[in-house]
Design a protein around this ligand. Sequence first.
Ligand SMILES: Cc1ncc(COP(=O)(O)O)c(C=O)c1O
Length: 490
Amino acid sequence: MSHDQHDTPYLDAVLAYRRRGFTPFHTPGHKLGKGAPAKLREMLGETCLQVDLAMAGAVEDTRESTGLIRLAEEYAAEAWGAERCHFLVNGSTSGVHAMALTLAGPGETLIVPRNAHKSLLAALIYSGATPVYVEPQVDPVWGIPLNVSVAQATRAMRAHPEAKALIVTSPTYNGLAADLRALADVAHAAGVPFIVDQAWGPHLRFCPDLPVDAMTAGADACVVSTHKLISGITQSAVLLARGERLNLSRLESMVKMTQSTSPQVLMYASIDAARQQMATRGAELWREATLNAEWARERIRQIPGLRCLGREVLEAEGVAQFDPTRLTVSALDLGHSGTELETILRDDYAVAVEAADPLAIILNVTFGDSRNDLRVLVDALRDYAARYADTSGRREAAARWLRLRPPAFTRQVLTPREAFFAPSVPLPLAACVGRVSAEIVTPYPPGIPVLGPGEEVGDETVAYLTEAAAVHLKVHGPEDLSLRTLRVVA
Ligand SMILES: Cc1ncc(COP(=O)(O)O)c(C=O)c1O
């Protein structure tokens, strides 16, 4: 059945609940704001508190109801081209967990990209599956991971006919998209599902000017963060799937296992609204955003000392398409790391970026930005570059940032789960070479692990982590965040 994508069944039910004015004997304890402390009321406003519900209350008839939520999910499945959609309240992270638990367990293999988000490594610890990594190349100029190429995926599938699925991340944080159609063919020729972490692609389906989306390209499932680039509120996401090669009932059970039992009504309603907005106006909204982003890219590229990633990246291995609405800007030629540039933009120009790492900053451009917002950005960057045109004394620092390249994968000695739960000891970093890591180490951003549990710690990894500690890189995962020691399997 085809739905009218202008409708918002879930959002409407929430609004109706508020209009009716119930006397609430349900969660949360602030009782629709009446008992909330004044400052919280000031921050959230009456409206937000009046619809701050778990899905129980009077919006749904029972806690386990599948009626209204299922209906809203059907609208979303249709909009994103899937057979089944699940609304998620713990981001794409929880969708990645549900997918991994559906695909493979202990003793089974998954082909996964080395540039996977840390949620996938956590999922492997939960599930007990063994990863076979495909290592996308790292761009020599930008130091960013590229995409899994068709040749790499083909080689991995041939070498591991026992693999239960092929998983890739696309688009990447920097907007680089893999050749999803060809990768789907590779997986399907081997008779296994093709799974895409499309956290950064909630918009792709709705605008032909953007890279092809995973479901159109033939993926069997993908996760999409509706909070990242469209109007879902923070933490909202959807999991999309089709059932030809995936057990949809098992997937549903795994979604229930990985979600809160009190999903936020606000989050669900925002997914409903974001889906409606995209399905009915996505193409025009993103066309405008693309023009604005290209306008800014062109001008940033003309600023002496600044670089902005563009379509030239399509020449790199594995990169099939590029999302022009993601702006990756480097100030290394001015002797500043991305982190330093972020601080200057924030403190001196009140410009807030999406992410900053040693090499660059990332800026998201969406339909929420006007041409004037982009003018503010370009003017700030122009002024900044003029102020810091004299680079004396900063060149050496920039060279050091550039040396910080993610180490190559060594070998998987134990599964992530075996290593994670094995007896382990903290050792000084230098003494860890040749040992098996018991921890995940993830520089953040971009949230891509450089070392996972069960991996042999190589010279390159120790050199990288030593340098990372020296430049105070932010990491998630290890017990000792100063990176003086690392926990290895005893
Ligand atoms: C590629 C990728 N996958 C998954 C995630 C997790 O998404 P979420 O923050 O919605 O849980 C992220 C987050 O940045 C990501 O970059």
